[in-house]
Design a protein around this ligand. Structure first.
Ligand code: GLU
Length: 306
């Protein structure tokens, strides 16, 4: 497995790092890897390791999974300042950021449902045209709602039409006036490292809030990292491409950019990344089968001592 050399960089002020799981399933060996890399980095640099509960999706978050997170990480030997930040306690802060973006004219209500989006994309593609996809494989928003008049937006919202709030990516990019980049101290899925040019346009008009989940992952993670003064974001390389959106939001909202250290993932025997829905690699089930914390670290591609 590729290295875990995120401890190798010099730091001149005490770093603050975070492990930020979502309590919608049991943590697996891949989470153990990420949590431990954060914790070891903090310890190696006299820094602080924070645990943050990313439970904005209240339709999927469960208190028993939050309890299991505390238990599993404690059992692995980690500790963290309490109380922890729980995103569901902070919707007002995310709303304030949405208002700011709305005032900048960069948000619009998008009225197409998921089914309408796929139908529209299928229709476009049936004519032989390839519609753009974001780095996660989801099609860019095909609706033309960004050009609705304010009166029409207000009318539809007042009539109760379901909608999500999307970033008008082109408008955001047009107003940038600068190239965005980030300092990568780990590496991306293709070995990218050093100064990385951000490419938020690849994501299209990202969703920043939905009806049932009033703040998206991209929005809440960016705001929380700033509020918690995170200096170093250490997380899996599956979130490497998302960093482009985070850098854009930091720029638009006037927030500082942390350093980023993306790390390789733990994969199963077929090379797939682990999933919370596959209970077999959960830390809890391995613990119940008699594995030790050291065994879990070995499965996570880490040595006992760090
Ligand atoms: N909550 C995200 C997850 O569970 C991680 C967020 C991050 O580290 O930026 O995948």
């Amino acid at each position: 497995m590729p290295n875990d050399n995120t401890t190798a960089q010099p730091h001149f002020s005490a770093p603050i790092v975070r492990f930020a799981p979502s309590p919608n399933g049991l943590l697996h060996v891949g989470h153990a890897r990420s949590a431990m890399l954060n914790w070891r980095f903090a310890n190696a640099h006299d820094g602080t390791f924070l645990l943050r509960i990313e439970d904005i999706d209240t339709t999927r978050a469960r208190p028993e999974f939050e309890t299991a997170i505390f238990q599993d990480l404690g059992w692995l030997g980690l500790d963290w300042p309490k109380p922890v930040r729980r995103q569901s306690d902070h919707f007002a802060e995310y709303q304030a950021a949405l208002s700011e973006l709305r005032k900048l004219g960069l948000l619009y209500p998008a009225f197409l449902s998921r089914a309408e989006i796929s139908a529209s994309v299928s229709e476009i593609e049936s004519n032989g045209r390839r519609w753009p996809r974001d780095p996660d494989g989801a099609p860019h928003y095909p609706g033309s709602d960004r050009s609705l008049s304010q009166a029409e937006r207000d009318r539809r919202i007042a009539s109760g039409a379901p909608h999500a709030w999307r970033l008008d990516m082109q408008a955001a990019l047009d107003g940038l006036g600068t190239d965005l980049s980030w300092a990568e101290f780990g590496s991306g899925p293709n070995g990218e490292s050093g100064t990385i040019a951000a490419d938020p346009g690849a994501w299209g008009d990202v969703i920043l809030a939905r009806r049932d989940v009033p703040a998206s992952y991209h929005l809440s993670v960016t705001i929380d990292d700033a509020i918690q003064a995170i200096t170093d974001v250490i997380r899996g390389e599956d979130l490497f491409a998302s960093t482009s959106v985070h850098r854009l939001l930091q720029h638009l909202l006037g927030l500082p950019a942390p350093r980023y250290h993306h790390h390789s993932l733990v994969r199963d025997s077929e090379g797939r990344k682990l999933s919370k829905s596959d209970g077999a690699t959960s830390i809890a089930s391995l613990r119940h089968q008699g594995e030790t914390p050291g065994d879990i670290l070995a499965l996570a591609g880490l040595t006992q001592s760090g």
